[in-house]
Write a protein that binds this ligand. Sequence first.
Ligand SMILES: Cc1cc2nc3c(=O)[nH]c(=O)nc-3n(C[C@H](O)[C@H](O)[C@H](O)COP(=O)(O)OP(=O)(O)OC[C@H]3O[C@@H](n4cnc5c(N)ncnc54)[C@H](O)[C@@H]3O)c2cc1C
Length: 393
Amino acid sequence: MDTTLSTDDLKFQDEVRTFFAKAAPEKARQLISHPETYKQGIVQWQKQLYDQGWVAPFWPKEHGGAGWNVTQSYIYECERVQANAPDVVPFGLKMVGPVIYTYGNDEQKRHFLPGILSGDDWWCQGYSEPGAGSDLASLKTRADRDGDDYIVNGSKIWTTYAQYADWIFCLVRTEQSTKPQNGISFLLIDMQTPGITVSPIPSINGVYSLNEVHFDNVRVPQANRIGEEGQGWTYAKSLLAHERTAIARVADSKSRLETLRQWAARERQGGRTMISDPMFQARFTEIEAELMALEYTELRVLAAMANNQSPGAESSLMKIKGTEIQQAIHELGMELAGVYGGIVADEEATVTDIGHDFGDQARKDFMYGRAATIYGGSNEIQKNIIAKRVLGL
Ligand SMILES: Cc1cc2nc3c(=O)[nH]c(=O)nc-3n(C[C@H](O)[C@H](O)[C@H](O)COP(=O)(O)OP(=O)(O)OC[C@H]3O[C@@H](n4cnc5c(N)ncnc54)[C@H](O)[C@@H]3O)c2cc1C
């Protein structure tokens, strides 16, 4: 694969670099790092991207996307990470948006897409339930017809950022007496509708992002159903493939690894810098090589997506490798943090360059990072998908 950038690509790279330098993403970053101003920071940053016309690189131009080719999207992502600029929240732009412009009707596109692009509408994903995670098709939240509406009852769980959401896209059961996958529909529900309650779930890293969402006789217009009744499983699957590809976060891992390299070149343990420790070096190089291999796979998947092919089983492969690498990087970070990675700050610790800020962040990343191999469909389930669809077992 030839990865040399053309003159036009280099010009584009320059344009992106100049934008990030002017946009000053550190202001948004600052807001995002505090729970009270997290949403404000994300929305503010998304609006800056929106004003620039860059908020949805992969969306087709006619729906408000940037209409970039695969190389441009790749350059943008690398520059974003280099500039330490925030990523957008995926639920609207990377998940439900593509479902709406692919399977929604004209009225739904007109009504929902502008708010997703501008950041005015915050979305969350209502797939998992207390009794349905890996076996998603066994979901029980039901939507029963009542005139022009559905009446929704049930519970969703692990709903990330539901506390901020204006809308939730949900998988609901509209038909009870059929094969589980066939009776599922895809509904867009206004979070302000009476009968919806959101209860928080504490996270191990101390940051509030997870929720349970309960539906008690919630009235939803049938006009908010995407596509045909009972066909929600098909739409949901196309969304999951995009979700898994996004979870691989190759550019972010490259940046994190580079940061660790810089720390390891300064940090001394046992009379030498960490980077000159053969064990550390071996681990570092192993992760770097795995990441490089994944980057090439990502380029192939992006090229297929640019030709309107859905990222199929490759997205499962990317999810597995991407999240394993993320966790390996977190472990390396904890090794570097040494005593500062401990839960209780150890005031007696020998003074090193690496301090509590690095240690606290390393610990939080390590802890929350355990979830990466679970969300978006656990890695065991991705292995099942590869076994079935790629290996034909
Ligand atoms: C941080 C976080 C954020 C999330 N955000 C959202 C969200 O916003 N919206 C949403 O809808 N969901 C969300 N989820 C839910 C996530 O998609 C589910 O946790 C995931 O699909 C696994 O389901 P489960 O937790 O019910 O585990 P289970 O399905 O009960 O699985 C338990 C274990 O058994 C294994 N297992 C299960 N079945 C098989 C099998 N057939 N073969 C081999 N192994 C198997 C699994 O791999 C896992 O290790 C989030 C989860 C986390 C952790």
